[in-house]
Design a binder for this molecule. Structure first.
Ligand code: MG
Length: 161
């Protein structure tokens, strides 16, 4: 695999439903609803996993962890990101920094921002200041704005060595 630097982008969205935990970046945020999905529905870990895989051209999360495989039911999504991180390292790369946006009306992400950054940094083996995280609302527009779903976007910069 060639190139001094590689960049990747990731996106994910899940429905907000009752009787599920709201977990982003491995951090559980107390809320009356949670993210649906085959795994724990962690939109941030899923978007970051795709950003890492995309940077090295190794497909996407669905290829590596098919939802049809019962093995991943209710799985902690940390294992997906750990797997992607291992793959980029095997291909000679390390993470320089990641940046991400979470878009959700409620709950408020702000109070949990640093806990989430710390959690992501820990999985990727980087300092917390290399993990950017913004939280936005959709200003009441669309399914996210109506409180029916949450989204995450992420980019990752990788360097050789
Ligand atoms: Mg997902």
């Amino acid at each position: 695999m060639s190139g001094e630097f590689r960049v990747g982008i990731g996106y994910d969205s899940h429905r907000l439903v009752e009787n599920r935990k709201f977990i982003v970046g491995g951090v559980e945020i107390p809320f009356e609803k949670g993210l649906s999905g085959h795994s724990d529905g962690d939109i941030l870990f899923h978007a970051l996993t795709d950003a890492l895989l995309g940077a090295v051209g190794l497909g996407d999360i669905g290829e590596h962890f098919p939802p049809s495989d019962t093995k991943w039911k209710d799985a902690a999504s940390r294992i997906f990101l750990e797997h992607a991180h291992k793959l980029i390292q095997e291909n000679g790369y390390r993470v320089v920094n990641v940046d991400a946006v979470i878009i959700v009306e409620q709950p408020k992400i702000g109070p949990w921002r640093d806990a989430i950054r710390k959690s992501v940094a820990e999985v990727l083996g980087i300092e917390m200041e290399r993990v950017g995280l913004k939280a936005k609302t959709a200003e009441g527009m669309g399914p996210v704005g109506e409180g029916l779903a949450a989204e995450a976007q992420a980019v990752a910069l990788l360097a050789r060595g």
